[in-house]
Design a protein around this ligand. Structure first.
Ligand SMILES: [Cu+2]
Length: 118
């Protein structure tokens, strides 16, 4: 039989190796880019957990599990959500450290707090 090496063999293997390495780099990159997330549930006229402790850069999502609407109002941040109907959510990314008190705009007796650490 002809034992001659296939001319493109090495080049093809090199390309494959490069493709694999690129794939690994992409995987690491996307893992690093994944931002912190946290969730606050609104249920039975209560925010939970409160206080919520997070780090700067965390995206917080409030989800309303009540069968009446609630909203998020934080005067410090000048944030005012739309009224969230059942299972609707509101998202805000905290990019500065601090202690943030908020209330429900529809039921001002509902209090919550997010503590953002640097
Ligand atoms: Cu409410």
């Amino acid at each position: 039989m002809n034992e001659m090496l296939e001319p493109g063999g090495n080049a093809r293997r090199l390309l494959l190796r490069r493709a694999l390495a690129a794939g690994i780099i992409v995987a690491i990159g996307s893992h690093k880019a994944k931002a912190a997330e946290a969730q606050i549930v609104v249920d039975n006229f209560t925010f939970s957990p409160t206080p919520l402790n997070v780090k700067v850069g965390t995206t917080v999502t409030w989800v309303n599990h009540d069968d009446i609407p609630h909203s998020i109002v934080c005067p410090t941040l000048k944030v005012k959500s739309h009224p969230m109907d059942t299972d609707e959510s509101f998202t805000y990314t905290f990019d500065q450290a601090g202690t943030y008190d908020y209330i429900c705009g529809l039921h001002p007796h509902m209090h919550g707090q997010v503590v953002v650490a640097a």
